[in-house]
Design a protein around this ligand. Structure first.
Ligand SMILES: Cc1cc2nc3c(=O)[nH]c(=O)nc-3n(C[C@H](O)[C@H](O)[C@H](O)COP(=O)(O)OP(=O)(O)OC[C@H]3O[C@@H](n4cnc5c(N)ncnc54)[C@H](O)[C@@H]3O)c2cc1C
Length: 286
């Protein structure tokens, strides 16, 4: 069985893992990134719509903080929202400096990748930066065990393609294994997003928090009735987008380019009458 050693082992090569590896490398450490597939492949990051929010131009970070807490109905963790709001704009500037192929509008970053891999540009940018810094990559390996030892971690990984095991010793391990969307029958995540990192962390003695929050879009239309419902939903989504008279996040409208929180921060509600007509309402966030 092969054995390797490094200062920092990063499990996962999506945006979180690749960015963490850059920080560790910049501290002069010996860093290795391991993932189930080739670096950056089969990640939510590469499949994402590639739109990332910073603070709106001409708006304060306090405004971004308030809006995010309000949208989270007060159940967000304020200290994490603070990190997001304070560091977000810095991270977007950093990506710009590192040459990401993206557009920047009013504090938001829009990757220029093509659907369904719009996030490819973010992966490419972070991978290139890692390559410049000399990060090592191990691909096609599934981390199965993580054991805290006295002064390091013992990690076991399996390569299903060649039926081989690998052991890794690392002074620190960063779990950046993404979510667990693929546990559901229909989802828009890569096929193997099973929440492995949750189990690895639990077994290593970490506490998990807020496991009930899972986000994905159930996009698969499998039967005719779903296609009909899907077509109706799509038409309502388009109508809802047209009803708004302002731009927000990725919903940029050239005809109404300003964000208008006073009049538009709220829920646009729709109810269908028996004859299929849509009745629209606007409800404030409570
Ligand atoms: C269709 C879609 C659109 C989205 N659009 C947006 C958007 O526009 N804006 C936005 O902000 N967010 C968006 N998101 C969410 C965003 O993409 C994710 O939150 C983010 O990419 C997660 O990054 P990550 O690095 O944590 O995980 P991922 O990018 O999913 O990476 C997980 C990594 O962990 C590895 N891994 C997992 N288990 C193991 C194991 N046992 N052994 C080895 N490696 C393992 C995987 O191989 C992979 O490399 C979208 C998500 C989807 C699915």
């Amino acid at each position: 069985m092969e054995h390797i050693f490094c200062d920092v082992l990063v499990v996962g090569s999506g945006a979180a893992g690749l960015r963490a590896a850059i920080s560790a490398k910049q501290k002069g450490l010996d860093v290795c990134v391991i993932s189930k597939q080739a670096p950056g492949k089969a990640t939510c990051t590469i499949l994402s719509a590639g739109v990332f929010a910073g603070t709106e131009k001409n708006k304060s970070s306090g405004h971004h903080l308030r809006r995010t807490l309000q949208a989270g109905r007060g159940i967000n963790q304020p200290e994490l929202v603070k990190v997001l709001v304070e560091e977000g704009p810095m991270r977007l500037k950093e990506l710009k400096k590192w040459g990401i192929n993206a557009e920047f509008h009013r504090g938001y970053l829009f990757c220029k990748g093509r659907a369904p891999y719009r996030g490819r540009e973010i992966v490419q940018c972070l991978l290139t930066k890692n390559e410049t810094l000399g990060t090592q990559f191990i691909s096609g390996q599934l981390v199965t065990d993580l054991k805290p030892l006295e002064e390091a971690f013992g990690v076991l990984a399996y390569s299903p393609g060649v039926d081989k095991w690998l052991t890794i010793g690392a002074k620190s391990v960063i779990l950046a294994t993404g979510g667990a969307g693929a546990l559901y029958l229909r989802h828009d995540n890569p096929k193997r997003m099973f929440g492995d990192g949750y189990v690895l962390a639990l077994k290593a003695g970490a506490a998990l928090q807020d496991m009930e929050f899972v986000q994905f879009y159930p996009l698969d239309l499998q039967r005719r009735i779903e296609i009909l419902l899907g077509a109706q939903a799509a038409s309502l989504i388009i109508q809802a987008a047209l009803k708004r008279k302002e731009s927000r996040g990725s919903h940029f409208r050239e005809d109404f380019s300003d964000q208008d929180d006073d009049n538009w921060q709220g829920h646009l509600q729709v109810k269908l009458s028996r004859n299929g007509e849509a009745n629209w309402n606007f409800r404030a966030i409570s």
